[in-house]
Design a protein around this ligand. Structure first.
Ligand code: GLC
Ligand code: MG
Length: 247
């Protein structure tokens, strides 16, 4: 078996079909025995990750990328990677971002657990997002705040430092673990996963239940490196691994 770096989103990608998830786990654990590395990349904080791990058949990964790429954990009981946190500081001023978002009463703050030093998250409906996001972006720019707005699943808005997302965290982890892009497989279903697919020449599996924002990005950026599965969640990942000749 070739050694691969396998990086997957959790909600509605790896998690969602327990039967296929268990089957995929067997394959992943076997791959790990021969030197492959398994990384979970989630929008959830570590606290919310633990809640999911208590419900779903998740084994402990080699690394956890949490909070949409803003925290990287090599040990789940430890602190996030300090080197990565340091990189995120550039151009980021959380208080000033908060001051701008306070102008919009339609932005509903997410739970405290999902707010962190390098991530400010809100709930926002699709109807409001259409007019609010351009205004918010303009205002942030006018204030000299060079940040990143990520809208996922018609519901979640994350405001992150310019260089923080699942893609930049993937590149950092890939280089740290010593894998080439062509030895790397990424899997996802929604807006915050676009950065995983846009990172470079990694192989990508988009699960069949993907959200419209990822599907439309995929249509606009066609490449033989990305496979759009028919099956949902882990069954879609299994389908993609077969398509790329890994199983
Ligand atoms: C997860 C996080 C949430 C974030 C969303 C999209 O649900 O808990 O904070 O907004 O992913 O990235
Ligand atoms: Mg997801």
């Amino acid at each position: 078996m070739t050694q691969i770096l396998f990086v997957t989103d959790l909600d509605h990608t790896l998690v969602g079909d327990d039967f296929a998830h268990e089957e995929l786990n067997e394959w992943l654990l076997k791959a790990r025995e021969t030197g492959s590395k398994i990384v979970y990349s989630t929008g959830r904080s570590l606290i919310r990750y633990r809640e999911l791990a208590a419900e779903a058949p998740l084994f402990e990964p080699d690394l956890l990328i949490a909070s949409v790429g803003t925290a990287i954990y090599s040990r789940l009981e430890g602190e996030p990677d300090a080197g990565w946190q340091e990189k995120l500081k550039t151009g980021w001023n959380r208080d000033r971002v908060m001051a701008v978002t306070a102008h919009f009463s339609d932005l509903v703050p997410q739970a405290d657990s999902e707010q962190s030093a390098f991530k400010v998250s809100f709930f926002l409906t699709e109807e409001v997002a259409i007019w609010l996001l351009p205004q918010l972006e303009t205002l942030l720019k006018q204030q000299g705040l060079d940040v990143q707005l990520l809208y996922s699943s018609g519901r979640d808005l994350d405001i992150l430092p310019r260089h923080a997302n699942k893609g930049s965290a993937l590149t950092f982890v890939r280089q740290t673990l010593g894998f080439e892009p062509n030895q790397t497989i990424v899997c996802g279903d929604s807006g915050n996963d676009i950065a995983l697919f846009a990172a470079g020449s990694e192989l990508g599996i988009i699960v069949g239940n993907a959200q419209p924002e990822l599907l439309s990005w995929h249509r606009d950026h066609p490449t033989p490196n990305h496979y759009l599965a028919k099956s949902h969640c882990a069954a879609g990942i299994l389908e993609g691994l077969q398509y790329f000749g890994f199983r």
